[in-house]
Design a protein around this ligand. Sequence first.
Ligand SMILES: Nc1nc2c(ncn2[C@@H]2O[C@H](COP(=O)(O)OP(=O)(O)O)[C@@H](O)[C@H]2O)c(=O)[nH]1
Ligand SMILES: [Mg+2]
Ligand SMILES: [Zn+2]
Length: 303
Amino acid sequence: MTIADNNPTEAGLRRGRVLRSHSNLFFVQTGGREWPCRQRGRFRLERNAVLTGDWVLFEPQPDGNGYIVEIEKRHNELIRPPIANVDQAVIVFTAREPDLNLPLLDRFLVLAAWSDIGVVLCLNKADLITSEEAEAIAEPYRQVGYTVLPIAAKHGTGLDKVTSLLTGRVSVLAGQSGVGKSRLVNALAPGLSLRTGEVSQKLGRGRHTTRHVELLPVAGGLLADTPGFSLLDVTGIPKDQLWLCFPEFVNYGNRCRFATCLHHKEPDCAVKAAVEEGHIQEARYRRYVEFLEEILAAPVRYH
Ligand SMILES: Nc1nc2c(ncn2[C@@H]2O[C@H](COP(=O)(O)OP(=O)(O)O)[C@@H](O)[C@H]2O)c(=O)[nH]1
Ligand SMILES: [Mg+2]
Ligand SMILES: [Zn+2]
């Protein structure tokens, strides 16, 4: 996107990040303060053209407000919550209360990978299990390459590592209801009350929530005030790209007999061979097949 001719020169513009919005005003952070900005130019009429998380150029006005004239190219974009340029998802899960749910965890991991978002796994409520149990859960995911941090938000245990990973990054929380997301935020940023998206989550997919998402300062970084990936729907992922969302498949998926191999029922599949030889965990492969079958059964979209 280039600056239109009738706009002032680049020299008069400032660059900042949109932290929140409120009735057509976008609050842009730069130089230690927030500028209330409106949209100008061709995207003024496009609804929601500017997203929370966007890097924008704006034209400062003498009254302290500004006009957004350009949105920088986004690294990624989440739909629910609507937010751009997310660095990582902090996925919270538990072994007890609620019980360990690895199919759901893998679903979050796939959705984060598909959105091109990094991941930090927090195994919360570690106080309810032994450290051996925690390690047994964490280790297979570490082998795949994920960072897994056993924590207990309730007791403030293990939070230093989480804090250091939030610093300087834009993060979104994810995880099923009851795993301790709110408790974690309260432990990381006491005094900051997090509104959660759990209510709209329960109302299901048909509902059009126009709720704005806000980036809050937490642990030297920015954290979205609404949990991510509430839709949990993998069917938007093209069938031939799902395997790329499983990091441990990536070294094998191009070595199959058929270039179009979906690592499903095809013969001479390098992924299936890696499962048989123990290089890929069977449980993870089963989840891959489960998600693939959901995609294959869904109405055709882009593929
Ligand atoms: N034992 C234990 N309970 C926790 C821990 N963290 C959160 N909880 C409890 O789990 C319940 C759900 O927490 P909440 O933060 O509301 O979960 P959310 O739905 O993910 O936001 C609350 O009763 C918390 O007190 C923890 O580290 N250990
Ligand atoms: Mg909550
Ligand atoms: Zn294959």
